[in-house]
Design a binder for this molecule. Structure first.
Ligand code: PGA
Ligand code: ZN
Length: 410
């Protein structure tokens, strides 16, 4: 496939910040892709450059790419990496590289007469499947608005509270989530007075007690007779300072935090604690606290998905390290963390070979691009985490899953 034209422009993401949208043309077919950005990024993520700086690089890059006839995605991504020449993509920028890699994937699928998820399934060698939907319905941490040291409004220390219907029908999952959100909004208004939204469109709960997010969800679910599971993205690096975890008014060491998770997850019948019967916990410890991860996986990992995100950053080297240390049993997969589609697929395949659960995820600042739904289906991911469906940039990914569900042949 020869690339005939590339256009790059700056668009506004869900937070109104600048991000990149690329357009690529070949054989009269034109595709568009845009890249999201993280707000609680892991240290080992590929590096992005300012969107304006990317605009300056694109004409040189286009000239380099136009000389080639690409048979495969790995060849295209490989050339981008060679032209970048760094390990962390800091020269051309992971955002610029990814915008082109996404376009190339969509274009190759289109030209081959395949859906994007079908092409990804062929490349990954994985059987396609519809993932569980992990809806981020309550937000805290660095994802709440006006988060700053001056801001004295209370804020849940955990970043995300997920509602997880145990169904592989995204249509049913979305309906159940929307029904839950209606009641949840009323309940937050009744208990706390005002209802605000976080970065991903989920509600905020003005409390410093991490457990309050789980409590209110449990109450709403009981009211609705809803039997879905709950999950958390703790994003613990965001409240780890000088060896201590600062959880609202509670300050604890790693052992204290592990005891706290034990309390939150314990089955109520043992009368040891609240027992929210959590299905999954993402980044329960700071990304430097490997011992914390290993201990929780050993203790709770047989029942709960212990998920690496900032810890593993969709990076094969970090995923291997996590395997050696038995630090997780599940992993977040984000295209932006590694910067090309082929490397994203490689990272997912590696984790899958370890028998881990795979969750494809959106970023704190999103666009209307729905690529990650196809990615989740094509690599046979166990979950798709795309924020709260009340925000349109999040909803389009769930809607794409529903569209795929409608054409499902199996
Ligand atoms: P992000 O956080 O803001 O870095 O995208 C989302 C997450 O931690 O999963
Ligand atoms: Zn995370």
């Amino acid at each position: 496939m020869k690339i005939e034209d590339i256009k790059l422009r700056i668009i506004a993401d869900s937070k109104g910040k600048d991000t990149l949208e690329a357009e690529m043309e070949s054989g009269g077919i034109r595709v568009v892709a845009s890249v999201p950005a993280g707000e609680s990024t892991g240290k080992n993520e590929a590096k992005v450059i300012a969107p304006r700086a990317a605009l300056e690089k694109v004409s040189w890059l286009t000239t380099q790419l136009k000389d080639h006839d690409f048979a495969e995605l790995s060849q295209f991504d490989g050339l981008l990496n060679t032209l970048d020449g760094t390990l962390d993509k800091s020269n051309l920028g992971a955002n610029l590289i990814l915008s082109l890699s996404l376009c190339f994937t969509k274009l190759l699928a289109n030209i081959s007469g395949l859906q994007t998820w079908e092409l990804i399934s062929r490349i990954s060698g994985q059987k396609p499947s519809l993932p569980l939907c992990l809806f981020n319905v309550i937000e805290g941490g660095v994802h709440i608005p006006h988060h700053s040291v001056q801001d004295s409004a209370p804020n849940l220390p955990f970043q995300e509270y997920w509602f997880i219907p145990q169904t592989h029908s995204p249509r049913e999952a979305l309906d159940r989530c929307l029904a839950l959100l209606k009641v949840l909004e009323k309940k937050i208004a009744a208990e706390y007075g005002k209802v605000q939204m976080g970065a991903e469109g989920g509600f905020t709960v003005p409390s410093k007690n991490a457990e309050d997010g789980l409590k209110i969800l449990k109450e709403v679910m009981e009211e609705l007779g809803e039997e879905a599971n709950l999950g958390l993205d703790v994003a613990a690096s965001t409240f780890f300072k000088d060896g201590k975890y600062i959880l609202g008014e509670k300050v604890m060491d790693a052992n204290g935090l592990l005891s706290y998770y034990r309390l939150l997850t314990t089955n109520p019948s043992t009368a040891l604690g609240a027992g929210y019967q959590l299905f999954s916990i993402e980044d329960p410890f700071a990304e430097t606290d490997w011992t914390g991860f290993t201990n929780i996986t050993k203790e709770l990992g047989s029942n709960i998905w212990i998920v690496g995100d900032d810890l593993t950053t969709t990076n094969p080297a970090m995923i291997k390290k996590a395997k050696e240390l038995n630090a997780v049993n599940s992993v977040i997969i984000k295209t932006t963390q590694i910067g090309t589609v082929s490397e994203t697929i490689q990272a997912a395949n590696l984790a899958k070979n370890y028998g881990w659960k795979i969750i494809v995820a959106n970023r704190g600042e999103e666009t209307m691009d729905n690529f990650i739904a196809d990615l989740a289906v094509g690599i046979g991911a166990d979950g798709l985490k795309s924020g709260c469906p009340l925000q349109k940039e999040r909803l389009v990914k769930y809607e794409r899953l529903i569209e795929i569900e409608g054409t499902w042949q199996n």
